[in-house]
Design a protein around this ligand. Structure first.
Ligand code: MET
Ligand SMILES: [Zn+2]
Ligand SMILES: [Zn+2]
Length: 420
């Protein structure tokens, strides 16, 4: 057969092809993702590519468009290669099929978080290269990093601390943000910091019928009650409109583990001697981590109630001066106005800068002192990251490319000598 249907090559199909690479944990296909992105860069031309491996089997792709004045600090556009897992049976389309519905919704794990921006950066550069009169003054780098969804320790953390990163002389960076449900673009100047908290109770085992004090389950449940009250108090501040979701400390249970297993489930007439629960905790940059540590030790998991706990702090929470890890969005940061103007010039409206409720790799670069904004150009879009049926509309995606053309054009042409 000679008339084999040739697949169309356009921004949407190129996005779909990236989405079809299964980069979900626990076995993200980094090699296929990188080879796809590299081939995209080659098809654009005039770009250099480098692959780093700061940890074994954790490749990182760097794409570079050299500026006419490479001595000026460069611009870095970051996105992560990996995705969280998906439960295919709960999706209306398979999570790695990137099906486009008749109303233009492209369904895929990663469509919002964050493969959209990874491809939009490239499409914007593709378009800028077609403009005869455009040549970047500053060098533009795009980084595709592994492992963001599992903390970034073998990805952005090692990258940011490397000599290779220092040599890029990055002056300003963009990383992922989050969708906006209205027609204003959202921008994020800080992230909340994640802690993984595990609390564990031990106690005397006993017959299922026996009432006694200090069982492991009783002790664990008391802690859960105390923590639920704290959670409610924080949530009340949000519900009352006093604080944004991202400005309070969130504590959400993510697993509970207890019981004596049996072939058909659990032994029902035994009270277990051990019980544990895991929590996702997020601290806004203004929170006092010492205060929370004390609260955990004294109230949430007190040794007096036979409780043990383990806090795993997932990344930095303070800057190098001991202050909150955030990027200025005022006159003290010359990049801010360039960014803001670029959005306006493209006909976009920008919402008031926010703290991100979740966490991104940006924290590692902010810690290196690099001004970093979180931005994913998705307006009028429900926030579906880590959710079932994650999708992005084709029209929103294409509009995002135009927004990035404006942003990348402005940032790379910014001629002021940096003063910080
Ligand atoms: C725990 S590190 C951050 C991973 C992911 N981006 C999240 O916010 O959950
Ligand atoms: Zn993400
Ligand atoms: Zn995510």
């Amino acid at each position: 057969q000679t008339d084999k249907l040739q697949e169309e090559d356009n921004p949407i199909t190129r996005f779909q092809n990236y989405l079809r690479i299964n980069t979900a944990h626990p076995t993200p296909d980094y090699l296929s993702a990188i080879s796809y992105l590299k081939s995209q860069a080659q098809s654009i031309g005039n770009l250099q590519t480098q692959i780093f491996e700061f940890a074994p089997l954790k490749p990182l792709l760097l794409i570079t468009w050299k500026g006419s004045n490479p001595t000026l600090p460069s611009i870095l556009l970051n996105s992560h290669l990996d995705s969280v897992p998906a439960e295919p049976s709960k999706w209306i389309h398979s999570p790695f099929s990137a099906v486009r519905s008749s109303d233009g919704k492209i369904y895929a794990r990663g469509s919002q978080d964050d493969k959209c921006i990874g491809m939009q950066y490239l499409e914007a550069i593709r378009n800028l290269q077609l403009k005869q009169d455009f040549q970047p003054l500053r060098t533009i780098h795009i980084s595709y990093v592994p492992d963001e969804e599992i903390g970034g320790f073998d990805g952005a953390a090692k990258f940011a601390a490397s000599k290779e990163f220092r040599d890029l002389n990055v002056g300003f960076m963009l990383d992922e943000g989050q969708a906006s449900v209205n027609d204003e673009f959202r921008v994020f100047y800080a992230d909340r910091s994640p802690w993984h908290l595990i609390i564990k109770a031990v106690g005397m085992p006993g017959h299922g019928s026996k009432l006694f004090d200090n069982s492991a389950m009783e002790n664990l449940m008391k802690s859960v009650e105390v923590m639920s009250r704290f959670r409610e108090n924080q949530f009340d501040l949000v519900k009352a409109g006093l604080k944004a979701n991202s400005e309070v400390i969130s504590v959400n249970p993510v697993y509970m583990k207890a019981g004596t297993p049996s072939p058909t489930g659990f032994v029902m007439n035994m009270q277990p001697s051990e019980a544990e629960a895991g929590f996702d905790v997020r601290l806004p940059p203004t929170a006092d981590p010492d205060l929370l540590r004390r609260k955990i030790a004294d109230e949430w998991a007190p040794a007096t109630r036979n409780m043990m706990y383990q806090i795993s702090e997932r990344g930095p929470i303070r800057d190098n001066m001991g202050g909150p890890l955030m990027t200025a969005t005022n006159g003290s940061n010359p990049w801010w106005a360039v960014f803001e103007n670029a959005i306006t010039t493209a006909g976009g409206k920008l919402a008031k800068p926010e703290i991100l409720a979740s966490t991104t790799d940006a924290r590692y670069m902010r810690q290196m002192g690099i001004p970093t904004l979180g931005f994913s150009p998705m307006t009028n879009t429900p926030i579906l990251l880590h959710d079932h049926n994650e999708f992005l509309k084709d029209s929103v995606y294409l509009r995002g490319i135009e927004i990035y053309e404006s942003i990348i054009g402005s940032l790379s042409s910014f001629n002021e000598v940096s003063t910080f």
